[in-house]
Design a binder for this molecule. Structure first.
Ligand SMILES: [Zn+2]
Length: 282
């Protein structure tokens, strides 16, 4: 004879098993969604010393032009920022092409003078887009199978003075920046807003949609909304739609923009290794 309490335990056990199975299935399907949906772009932002500490010792990973450029900096901090940015872009690219960062070869060829500067590219992977940026003590890199650009500006960098702002901002951007200037407590917002706009316009230059002389043409005033943090804004460029993602990080005193030809309002951002975020189209 099986006692009533034993039957009760069996029923409760079966019930719990069904619950656990359901939870596991939902969790599996959730992960499966990301395995099936291919990430189209990746970006990362990091402190220079942290990124430098990840570089394996005694590896020969820089191209001759990168070594020359690195050794040309008078200040060690500028050299460190340059090296960290060029390592970080390899780390991010390694997620896209499935190789170790130290094996990846980066090139830069200026379309005007043929010099080793200008838009970086990944040797052997012509369909991959690269972008990197360095500011005081902070570096950022982005890699994608779609057009991407990244730019960062440290809050401790020299202030953008009004005469510079007047040449690179539109009248509506300037009027919003001046409105916040009326409130003395919002000075940080004005400075931050100006830096974010600068980063966004730098991204458009990196995407080949603007030049230094036409920065004042693109109106990105929507990036100045008070709830700007982590909000995507779209800008209709001349030849492509570009959406912007605010990657500013107040904990490390940096403003930054990641720009991409994907509509990032329809994308999901997933953190993966080393502070690298993967961007998946939903
Ligand atoms: Zn050049």
């Amino acid at each position: 004879m099986i006692s009533g309490s034993l039957i009760g335990y069996i029923i409760v056990g079966l019930f719990l098993e069904v619950i656990v199975s359901c939870v596991c299935t939902v969790a599996f399907l959730f992960r499966l969604k990301y395995w099936v949906m291919k990430s189209l772009a990746y970006y990362s932002l990091g402190l220079t010393p942290v990124v430098l500490s990840r570089i394996p010792a005694e590896t020969d990973w820089m191209a001759p032009y990168e070594l020359d450029r690195a050794s040309s900096f008078a200040a060690r901090s500028d050299r460190d920022d340059y090296i960290a940015a060029h390592w970080l872009v390899r780390e991010v690219a390694s997620h896209v092409v499935g190789s170790v960062p130290e094996r990846l070869m980066i090139g830069q060829v200026c379309s005007d003078c043929g010099g080793n500067h200008g838009k970086p590219f990944l040797r052997g992977h012509p369909h991959i887009h690269l972008s990197l940026s360095h500011t005081i003590g902070v570096v950022a890199a982005a890699v994608g199978e779609v057009a991407i650009a990244i730019d960062v500006e440290s809050n401790v960098a020299e202030r953008l003075d009004d005469s510079v702002l007047e040449t690179v901002m539109t009248s509506s951007e300037l009027s919003i920046l001046r409105q916040v200037d009326i409130d003395p407590t919002s000075d940080a917002l004005k400075e931050g807003g100006a830096r974010r706009l600068w980063c966004a316009k730098e991204c458009l230059i990196k995407l080949g949609l603007l030049t230094l002389d036409t920065m004042c043409v693109a109106d990105l005033s929507r990036l100045l909304t008070p709830s700007h943090k982590h909000i995507c804004r779209r800008y209709l460029g001349e030849s492509m739609n570009v959406s912007f993602f605010d990657i500013s990080d107040t904990s490390i005193d940096v403003h930054g923009i990641f720009a991409c030809e994907l509509d990032m309002t329809k994308c999901e951002f997933m953190p993966i290794a080393h502070g690298v975020s993967s961007i998946v189209r939903l």
